[in-house]
Design a protein around this ligand. Structure first.
Ligand code: ZN
Length: 510
């Protein structure tokens, strides 16, 4: 059976002192969601999985079939077993057995030999990045790790006036298609209780081109990408509902909220300082840096008056280094962005705070102007630019800090923010800090993957309170910056926490 698999949410944690969580909620679905898990096949699949889990050293807590086209699997295992190993073994064994026992399956799955995908959206111990594809899985028992990481490169474009028109035109039509697709899905659900798949919507595109010939002026893959995006928005919505986050339903996109279109495989060519786009033409491009790896997709962005292109490239990650010679625990903070267990402090340059007065000024300017006026438009544009500027600065800091960390260490251990979210309450300022933390962890993870290094996450429970020297709990208030223990150990509060974070992982790995 071919499955597209997503990691929905790691459900945590039996013992609060347990190191990194190894409970996973996997969602498998067959490519294009063919509904074929009828009763007998469903029963057999469950049996196969249970038997298999008993053989290997992981626990299958529960397996549920939803709407005959996808399966929810709840598994957990020792931290040493990579989750992709569990997933892959489960898939392999169930596919082999079911195909033999039910030969009609092969007919039901149109393209059974297509490569299955593993899409890990956000929660993954080893590989957190959205676009990482895992071709071969690993354990620490001699399996080979081959991992591809995706990196994006962004360049400025200089289109001619005609090309600009063509880009606006494409954006408008794509936006129209997106909105109609959303409407179609909503109606289908209301009237028939059906969830349209993106595959169904994609199949309707040729017919659409016949009725509305202006769509012939757009590259076919660019069009196909639109229902795919819509599907992504739906999947994200369902995920948020499941995990209990604030779940906004996918929205209709207004003129100022649809910024880009994508060539997912072909239709674009890079030659020197020119990018040739199918149906648009040869555009000058400012390639200020060299791209590494193989270019996979090309996204054209029009935002805040700028034309940009973003290429995502696939890069071979290096094999994991066998020994983690230089291990470090990293505590994330507000005063300093990152504090390492060996006592290094990485600054947090509070970009928002520095530019807050400017931001307030710009916001005031917007609110003073009359709605719909040209002056207001101008003010809104300036405000958007400033927001972008702040976001860029924040990203830049995260990139630099991540680079420094990856260069200096081989095994990097962070606290798992999702657990922290459960523990602490959030206000707005926190969520900003939070986003900087998340960026830092994400960037570090993919930079580490490229360099053959490893990032792990631990449950941060009690890491601040515990003494890293004698493990005694030493209660501290929020303002107390120094950790003072009865055993005589004195250290910075955050350094002590970072030491605890590292210790938790080293204990488990040893
Ligand atoms: Zn102590």
């Amino acid at each position: 059976m071919r499955y597209a698999m997503r990691i929905r949410k790691q459900h945590l944690v039996h013992a609060r002192t347990c190191v990194y969580n190894v409970n996973y909620h996997l969602v498998w679905s067959v490519k294009y969601r063919h509904p074929f898990l009828t009763t007998k096949i469903e029963e057999r699949l469950k049996e196969v999985c249970h038997d298999f889990a008993k053989d290997k050293d992981f626990i299958l807590h529960k397996i549920e079939v939803g709407e005959q086209d996808h399966v929810h699997v709840f598994v957990s295992g020792h931290p040493k077993i990579a989750p992709c190993y569990m997933a892959k073994m489960l898939k392999g064994i169930s596919a082999r057995k079911l195909f033999v026992e039910y030969p009609e399956l092969k007919k039901m799955l149109e393209r059974p030999f297509m490569e299955w995908q593993l899409l890990s959206r956000d929660h993954w111990v080893y590989f957190r990045r959205k676009h990482q594809k895992i071709y071969r899985s690993t354990t620490e028992r001699g399996w080979l790790l081959m991992m591809m990481t995706m990196t994006a490169y962004q360049f400025k474009l200089a289109p001619t006036p005609e090309q600009r028109e063509q880009i606006y035109h494409t954006l408008n039509l794509c936006r129209w298609l997106y909105n109609s697709g959303l409407e179609q899905r909503m109606i289908a659900y209301e009237k028939q209780g059906k969830c349209l798949s993106f595959y169904t919507q994609k199949k309707e595109l040729p017919a659409l081109k016949k009725v509305l010939p202006e769509f012939k002026g757009i590259h076919s893959q660019v069009l196909q990408n639109v229902p795919e995006r819509l599907d992504g928005a739906y999947q994200n919505f369902f995920r948020r509902v499941k995990t209990g986050e604030k779940a906004g339903f996918p929205r209709f996109k207004g003129r100022n909220h649809y910024h880009s279109f994508t060539y997912p495989q072909s239709g674009f060519k890079i030659e020197g300082n020119f990018l040739t786009l199918s149906k648009i033409g040869k555009i000058q491009i400012n390639r200020h840096r060299v791209m590494k790896g193989q270019v996979k997709t090309c996204q054209i962005i029009h935002k805040n008056g700028q034309f940009l292109v973003s290429f995502s490239c696939e890069i071979n990650a290096r094999k994991l280094k066998k020994k983690n010679q230089r291990a470090v625990g990293i505590d994330l903070g507000v005063r300093h962005l990152a504090i390492t267990s060996d006592g290094n402090f990485h600054d947090n340059p509070k970009h928002l705070q520095q530019l807050e007065h400017k931001l307030k000024k710009k916001q005031r300017l917007v609110s003073k102007k009359k709605r719909g006026s040209n002056r207001r438009k101008k003010a809104v544009h300036q405000l958007a630019k400033l927001h972008e500027h702040i976001a860029n600065k924040r990203k830049d800091t995260a990139h630099q800090t991540a680079r420094n960390l990856v260069d200096a260490y081989d095994l990097l251990v962070f606290e798992d923010l999702d657990i922290q979210k459960m523990v602490k309450s959030h206000d707005y300022a926190k969520s900003i800090v939070d986003s900087a933390w998340r960026k830092l962890i994400d960037y570090t993870t993919y930079k580490a993957a490229k360099a053959g290094k490893q990032v792990l996450l631990v449950n941060p429970y009690n890491t601040t309170q515990q003494c890293s020297n004698c493990l005694e709990i030493v209660r501290k208030t929020k303002g107390e910056r120094v950790h003072r223990c009865r055993c005589g150990y004195v250290d910075d509060r955050d350094v002590n926490a970072a030491k605890n974070i590292l210790r938790l992982v080293l204990e488990q790995i040893a």
